[in-house]
Design a protein around this ligand. Sequence first.
Ligand SMILES: Nc1ncnc2c1ncn2[C@@H]1O[C@H](COP(=O)(O)OP(=O)(O)OP(=O)(O)O)[C@@H](O)[C@H]1O
Ligand SMILES: [Mg+2]
Length: 591
Amino acid sequence: MHGEPYDDGQDPKEKINYKAAFKLLLGLARARKIEFAAAFAFLVFSTLINLANPIVAKYIIDTAIPAGDRTRLLLAAGLYFLNSALFLLFNYFMSMRLIKTGQSIVVELKGRMLRHMLSLDLEFYSANQVGRLNARVQSDTGALYELFTETAVTIFKDVFTFLAVFAIMAAYNLRLTLVLLPLFPVIFAFTWLFVRKSSPLFVAVRKMTAGLSAFLTEQLNGIGVIQAFSREAGTAAKLDALNEKKFRTELKGELYVVFFFLSVLFLHPASTAAIFGAGGALVLKGTLTVGVLVMFILYLGQLFDPIFRFSEHISIIQRSFSAGHRIFRILELKPSITEPARPHYMTAVKDCIEFRNVSMRYAPGSGWALKDVSFRLPKGSSLAIVGETGGGKTTVTNLLFRFYDFEKGKILIDGTDISRISLKSLRLAIGLVQQEIYLFPGTIMDNLKMMDANIPDAKVHEAVRLMGLESFFTKHPLAKAVVEKGANLSIGEKQVIALARAMVLDQEVLVLDEATSNMDPHTERLITGAIKHLQKHKTLIIIAHRLSTVRNVDKILLISDGEIKEEGTHAELLAKGGVYSRFYKLQFGEN
Ligand SMILES: Nc1ncnc2c1ncn2[C@@H]1O[C@H](COP(=O)(O)OP(=O)(O)OP(=O)(O)O)[C@@H](O)[C@H]1O
Ligand SMILES: [Mg+2]
């Protein structure tokens, strides 16, 4: 169950599960062993080549030039050029491999997250902001992209280069190498300070980015309400405040970056000067050749590259672990409603649907949404559920579709417990027109087919004809574009389309939750006529506030406060003179 919001790292005290994150990252890398090995091989070649060049320079200065040997000089210069060209070529191969591998990891991971999220309970989505989830899928997988294209491989190169440069220098002249020793504590202190100061800021910035995206998504979804209540200024002010806070934090972080880079940048000429000074003195004394001095200067440049990148590596690794942790947290969530281990497949209801003393609450501590609800719905019959707002009508259908689990009682279909029935087969066998209608961007035709291109057009035309809706779909041609959330259609029109959508799928059991509540009397009569026609061979559950819609059903349940208060046919309930008859009289003004 996912009652509480999935923690996306909002809690600063939340401990990152390094082990789980590492396992996830390692698993992703392992699946691409060959690609990483190839990239690594190119990296080893390019690093070795790069390390060789200063030695070639030393050879030119100390050997080829003093010997006055033109051929050797030209050969050495050519080798220097060839080395540099090969270095670029190998780097190109390596980068291409890594980019391709990184991209494929991100694509795979996004797909895995999306598929997993599609399986999570509706409860998960009522507890988590869609905008935040969206930002997570995008930015967390993005963070791993950097890890796999940059850090994972280059960090080896950097550590190796750093050590190798020192080893070569020491081999040529230990005294001069020792001059660089004070560099270590200084660089270590700078890096440590930088990472400590800046990384919490960047963590905060990423959270703020996710928060901003969530806020924007919510506000834009409710744009109509915002405009109707003239709250644009308030929303803009909140957005400004969020942006401003993010800006300040980011700026502070970037200032640390600049400070760090400039400091390290300064250390380069400072140590160059030290080498020139100390090395120059050794040259004057005759214990060092000019070639070795030049070689040291060239190596210094190579030494600073990894130093610059080191802080970047650290922050990418940190970011990757927290992203990996959050991805893992989503992937580890288990939907509580899943396919049973040994599912019973159903294609249609053969005998009856039965609720037996069902009690349900949405959250453990909250009140009961349904209390001891029992009813039988034989195949081919029709049942209406009526009653007060918030009484529990939609909850009944939520349980029938297993959108939520319940605590007490049983729901049986042909005597089989609903929890043993294959979830997919259950939902395919029962059609639903929900109270809140959602249409997808596309054409009306796409929506009628529920985006399933395998459904032939003829099936749609047949459903439209059966329901007598030809004139409606002349006014709104099947090719008409539906915009996001069906915003270019009226609510009643959306209801007609949703009903037609259910008819196209033509399931034997159909649940209509307030499916005609926004239609004009003419359209409603047309639709109820069609439903009545279908009633002959369909099993129907109709939820409605307008009692005219339910007069002809086989049985009516009146639910209030989660309990069935009255049940019977329209005539029986009227004769009883209870709540139903009061409701009816209120609606039709009969005395
Ligand atoms: N996802 C949910 N999480 C928590 N509580 C919920 C949820 N959905 C409904 N409820 C609560 O359960 C009760 C029954 O809701 P339900 O949607 O079944 O009412 P209804 O009879 O369909 O009402 P209406 O006629 O307004 O559609 C209400 O008190 C409602 O606040
Ligand atoms: Mg409802």
